[in-house]
Design a protein around this ligand. Structure first.
Ligand SMILES: Nc1ncnc2c1ncn2[C@@H]1O[C@H](COP(=O)(O)OP(=O)(O)OP(=O)(O)O)[C@@H](O)[C@H]1O
Ligand SMILES: [Mg+2]
Length: 364
């Protein structure tokens, strides 16, 4: 398998932040749970940023509620697994990747849930050439990432759990409650080593695609990742992540103007919540997913566009176009709601004149 290099598009968390993880490890004098690379206290600092023992400065990965991250870390030490849920784009995958990197030193033990997921992907499969030639044997067995994590005592991630068919999801019940995978063909079993646990993610919008059984739910501590509670918090997340995304590209982008982005987030929050930011006016809601992740992508893309084609000046029109694309240009109801918002809300606000004009030019 190829190794990550400086030109790899997406480095794993443990690779990208290896210097921070190493510094934390060196400064970490708290007791470490069995097979954990860091103590729970150091994992918390890795996720939220700050310093450990006063001498290592760590960049924040997740901007949000401290308590929620503490609950997540503690869950991984309990006999239950951890499930992040919440609307799309609230950093469920991001947080689970960083937790796995900090705790086990690797975020790569991963299963992506899809409608086509099978039980073998959670348990084990076979190398069929070997199986047919020599019958079932340890050599013919292909362990799943879950099985490997059980043997190693590490964290395994299951992405988009509720996209897996329910009967496949249920294979996790025995794994999580008995901490074992039986291999009847070899008359053996794999027992989980201390340190093994599982982080699953599942977004609210996929709820009901394949509802989780009550039995499986009980095996999880469920942590809901919320939307940022106010405009300032959301703006911080967007600015912070957009700057981070720009670093590896190596282009000298224009400085981000907070005031310009503030308006984008302002519009996001109003369309998402159905009420104006000052709480005084009702607004027709847009159902599309206008999450912090969506805002980050819009700004990042608009910046690249501006760099090459607009003299490095971020244009409101490019941001407005990004927002319209997120809403879905072919979704009639949503576009009507956006036009309605433009005419009844933005038109009256002189400070949003550029946005009003941009929407008008693109939409009508
Ligand atoms: N509170 C936050 N702190 C830091 N980054 C955030 C926050 N909220 C969102 N992000 C950023 O949003 C982006 C997308 O997050 P991620 O892919 O983890 O979302 P998700 O919740 O898994 O969405 P989905 O349900 O669509 O899979 C990441 O770049 C992440 O850094
Ligand atoms: Mg995700």
């Amino acid at each position: 398998m190829a190794n990550s290099t400086n030109s790899t598009i997406k480095l794993s968390s443990e690779h990208q932040f290896s210097h921070e993880l190493a510094a934390l490890k060196a400064a970490d004098h708290f007791p470490k749970p069995y097979r954990w690379e860091l103590s729970p206290q150091a994992v918390l600092v890795y996720i939220l940023g700050g310093s450990l023992a006063g001498n290592v400065q760590i960049s924040p990965k997740y901007l949000g509620n401290k308590n929620l991250v503490e609950v997540a870390i503690a869950s991984l030490l309990s006999d239950r697994a951890l499930l992040f849920t919440g609307i799309p784009g609230t950093a469920k995958t991001w947080l689970s990747e960083h937790l796995a990197a900090a705790i086990s030193g690797s975020s790569k033990m991963l299963i992506q849930g899809t409608a086509g997921s099978t039980e073998e992907q959670l348990r084990y499969g076979w190398n069929y050439a070997e199986l047919i030639a020599n019958g079932p044997s340890q050599k013919a067995l292909v362990p799943s990432p879950v099985m490997k994590a059980m043997e190693l005592g590490s964290i395994v991630r299951v992405e988009e759990l509720s996209r897996m068919p329910s009967e496949v999801q249920d294979a996790l019940i025995t794994i999580l409650s008995e901490k074992t995978i039986a291999i009847p063909e070899l008359n053996s079993e794999v027992l989980a080593t201390e340190g093994f646990n599982l982080i699953a993610t599942s977004n609210d919008k996929d709820k009901g695609v394949y509802e989780m059984s009550a039995a499986l739910r009980r095996r999880f501590n469920i942590v809901v990742l919320p939307l940022p509670k106010n405009l300032e918090e959301e703006l911080n997340i967007v600015v912070y992540r957009v700057k981070q995304l720009a670093k590896p590209i190596g282009l000298s982008f224009e400085e981000l103007k907070k005031q310009q982005l503030e308006k984008l987030i302002h519009i996001f929050r109003e369309l998402r919540s159905g009420v104006s930011v000052d709480g005084k006016q009702k607004i027709k809601m847009v159902n599309s997913n206008l999450s912090p992740a969506e805002a980050i992508s819009i700004v990042h893309q608009a910046r690249i566009e501006a760099f090459y084609f607009e003299n490095n000046k971020l244009q409101t029109k490019a941001l407005a176009q990004g927002l319209i694309n997120s809403v879905g240009i072919n979704k009639n109801d949503e576009i009507v709601a956006l036009q309605d918002y433009n005419e009844t809300v933005l038109k009256k606000r002189s400070e949003f004149k550029d946005w009003y004009t941009a929407f008008k030019e693109i939409l009508y």
